[in-house]
Ligand binder design. Structure first.
Ligand SMILES: [Zn+2]
Length: 130
């Protein structure tokens, strides 16, 4: 790993701040999904039409929640890699991912070249590696 201590500290602070923001957002979204969706949207006259709108809203909220949660998991994994010293190395080729790329995408697992190959190979973004 060739990131300097200063760069690593900066990334760590950035990740921790983003994690805190995501956690706050997830709590707010969960409260909103619980509160609004059924109380306000499906509440009152519950005919078929109202229910499907409520279901749609729940789906949208869930998609947002899923995305936020995936980002949070990626960042938590990044913090673990910082702790064990493996952070900053591409998981495919082992070369350095680079500070500039990590600043933009601190949860990145691959260098830009391997990421390109990976996205071409797999239709879906991250999958668990066996
Ligand atoms: Zn690579």
């Amino acid at each position: 790993m060739t990131l300097s201590k200063k760069e690593l500290d900066a990334l760590k602070r950035q990740i921790e701040a983003r994690c805190a923001a995501l956690q706050a957002e997830l709590h707010a979204d969960a409260d909103k999904a619980r509160g609004e969706t059924y109380a306000d949207l499906a509440g009152g006259v519950a005919d078929e039409g109202d229910e499907s709108v409520a279901d749609l809203m729940a789906d949208i909220d869930n998609a947002e929640l899923t995305r936020d949660l995936a980002e949070l998991r990626a960042l938590e994994a990044a913090l673990e890699r910082i702790a064990d010293g493996s952070y900053g190395a591409c998981i495919d080729c082992g070369l350095e991912i680079g500070f500039e790329r990590l600043k933009v995408e601190p949860g990145a697992l691959r260098c830009i070249e391997c990421q390109r190959v990976h996205e071409k190979t797999f239709a879906h973004p991250e999958r668990p590696r066996l």
